[in-house]
Ligand binder design. Structure first.
Ligand code: EPU
Length: 339
């Protein structure tokens, strides 16, 4: 099938903030061939090409003078299975949470802590998605990407991706790689990760002492649903800021002023602070101006109550950043891609 290109398409339904913005041109790619056709079309039209997964890690601050290409390829397959360990491959356009459920329904262990994260399989490596003590890199086995510079396919192993906290080679070299499909190392009985935050406690409350991966997934879905707004109901892009890394010295000084500071010492001696705590302490939780706001249950999440523009959300973010810098001498870094 050849690529269908549409003109002047609203992106409101294609970004989880539900911000209104027009794409000059828009197409969906369901195969490698259609990705190549889109690249050729954009070059011919002298338009940049903007790749879109689920649009759940994106803030659009204006119309997009580009060919917006939504990755819509589907397919999940088991490549290897030795009875205990499996190699599972999914196409970039597969929605993330249904893919996680697909693995859990087959009794596979590995992705349960990453349940209910919005977005697609192909976008997951971009920011090395993470939650409840597990990051994508912990289950990553490889991916296939198209190099837009050369048009060639390239295979990436774990060591090639420069994965770090909400970061990767693909994020740093934005615009170069089209992730086509991702492979995951899963198993039938790997140990579960229950030590992060309220996971174990939640399972105990339910009387579950020896949980399955599916139990863990269900507990995490419940925890997330209580704190994080559903993008289908209230526009948002998950955490709007990264949790900042600061020096042990600054963390110590802040602790003297704020005994209840939430801080996680890191292996390299630095300290990760909970940005949500800083923002809440600064009084922003539940703040709303027009339709742009700070979620009332999770201060790290900016929300669109309906008609907020990307500019308004970005201005709110800048005010929060300036306030946090002034109060705590901490620089908050924006997590989603701002366009
Ligand atoms: N906190 C507050 N006030 C708030 C929010 C948080 O005091 O308004 C405190 C909490 O009480 C807790 C600490 O901050 O002590 C951490 O909060 P939480 O466990 O909710 O996690 P987070 O640091 O706010 C991170 C990720 C989330 C991920 C959760 C769970 C980042 C930027 N965010 O949030 O990821 O789901 O941990 O692992 O690292 C995302 O990236 O979009 C995302 C939602």
């Amino acid at each position: 099938m050849s690529l269908q290109v549409r003109h002047n398409v609203s992106l409101k339904a294609y970004n989880s903030f539900a911000v209104q913005a027009q794409a000059r041109q828009f197409a969906e790619a369901s195969s490698d061939e259609q990705v190549r056709q889109a690249l050729a079309h954009a070059a011919e039209q002298k338009l940049p090409l903007l790749l879109l997964g689920g649009g759940s890690n994106l803030l659009l601050t204006g119309d997009v003078e580009a060919l917006v290409l939504r990755m819509a390829s589907r397919g999940i397959r088991v490549l290897e299975d030795d009875g205990e360990r499996l190699l599972v491959e999914a196409e970039a356009g597969e929605p993330w949470h249904p893919f996680v459920q697909w693995t859990l329904q087959r009794g596979l262990v590995g992705l349960e802590n990453l349940s209910l994260i919005p977005g697609t399989v192909g976008a997951a490596p971009m920011q090395n998605i993470g939650a409840y003590g597990v990051e994508l890199k912990d289950v990553f086995a490889g991916l296939t990407a198209l190099d837009r510079h050369t048009g060639e396919l390239r295979e990436f192993g774990l060591g090639d991706c420069a994965f770090a906290y909400r970061d990767s080679l693909f994020k740093r070299e934005a615009g170069r790689w089209v992730i086509l499909r991702v492979r995951f190392a899963l198993s039938r009985s790997a140990p579960l990760h229950l030590d992060y935050g309220p996971v174990r406690q939640r399972l105990r409350e339910q009387g579950i002492e020896a949980p399955s991966a599916l139990d863990v997934s269900q507990a995490i879905c419940a925890i997330r649903s209580e704190k994080l707004p559903d993008p289908a109901v209230l526009g948002n892009a998950g955490s709007f800021f990264k949790n900042p890394l600061v020096s042990a010295d600054l963390a110590q000084r802040l602790r003297v002023q704020h005994a209840d500071l939430v801080a996680y010492p890191q292996a390299d001696g630095s300290v990760k602070l909970a940005a949500g705590w800083l923002i809440e302490r600064a009084g922003w939780k539940g703040f709303r101006e027009g339709d742009a706001g700070v979620h009332r249950l999770q201060a790290l999440v900016l929300v669109n109550y309906g008609q907020a523009s990307g500019q308004q959300l970005l201005e709110l973010a800048r005010r929060i950043q300036a306030d946090i810098a002034g109060r705590f001498a901490v620089r908050l870094e924006i997590e989603p891609n701002v366009l």
